[in-house]
Design a protein around this ligand. Structure first.
Ligand code: HEC
Ligand code: HEC
Ligand code: HEC
Ligand code: HEC
Length: 96
């Protein structure tokens, strides 16, 4: 039963990736606490951005030119507006 339940959760997660925000997909995986300390947003999002790095790696370590090009310049949430259903691909124009 548990095995079946685990599989269902996994499939529904991968199936909704494109139709859901990053925050929703992660909340489904591990709750608000996966990014917010005790579930509460911080004032400057420093804590939140450190959680991204602790699971995914730093800008230097992530795949893709767009990550390397911004190493030491901006943070994850500058491009990944995680509570909205937008692609990080649409973030570029807001700065360039
Ligand atoms: C993937 C990590 C992640 C998860 C999971 C997540 N958040 Fe967030 N949250 C962020 C980031 C990063 C921001 C900064 C704005 C943005 O990028 O959308 C934010 C912003 C917020 C804000 C606005 C804070 C402000 O000062 O503007 C609230 C409120 C919030 N989150 C609540 C929640 C709640 C409640 C949950 C669980 C249902 C949740 N978040 C899950 C990363 C996350
Ligand atoms: C607790 C670990 C953890 C944290 C914290 C975390 N992620 Fe993730 N993230 C994952 C896992 C696991 C996946 C799904 C597998 C994958 O695509 O690597 C994922 C998937 C993603 C994806 C692919 C699209 C999606 O919604 O699944 C993006 C983009 C992403 N994360 C960005 C972020 C950002 C930005 C932050 C910080 C605000 C963050 N993650 C914080 C573990 C985490
Ligand atoms: C310069 C803007 C930018 C910054 C900063 C940035 N990303 Fe990205 N990221 C992107 C773009 C663009 C994509 C490709 C999105 C797509 O294909 O939908 C991407 C893709 C990803 C993916 C793979 C998503 C998938 O669908 O498999 C992960 C995971 C991710 N980023 C995590 C992070 C983390 C963690 C940080 C901070 C350490 C970060 N990103 C900072 C722009 C950025
Ligand atoms: C929050 C603001 C911000 C966002 C969003 C952003 N960038 Fe940047 N980007 C910068 C800054 C600041 C620099 C470093 C200064 C410069 O070269 O303009 C930079 C540098 C670059 C460079 C290197 C330029 C050079 O001369 O070496 C490229 C290429 C680039 N960005 C492309 C992108 C793309 C593609 C996206 C969207 C996926 C994006 N940026 C999103 C702020 C941003």
């Amino acid at each position: 039963m548990l095995k079946v339940l685990g599989l269902t959760v996994l499939l529904s997660f991968s199936g909704v990736v494109m139709a859901t925000s990053v925050a929703d997909s992660h909340t489904e995986m591990a709750g608000c606490e996966s990014c917010h300390k005790d579930g509460d947003p911080s004032a400057d999002m420093t804590y939140e951005n450190e959680t991204c790095v602790s699971c995914h790696g730093s800008l230097k370590e992530l795949d893709g030119e767009m990550h390397l090009q911004h190493d030491g310049i901006i943070t994850c949430s500058d491009c990944h507006v995680v509570h909205e259903e937008v692609s990080a691909n649409d973030s570029c124009a807001s700065c360039h």
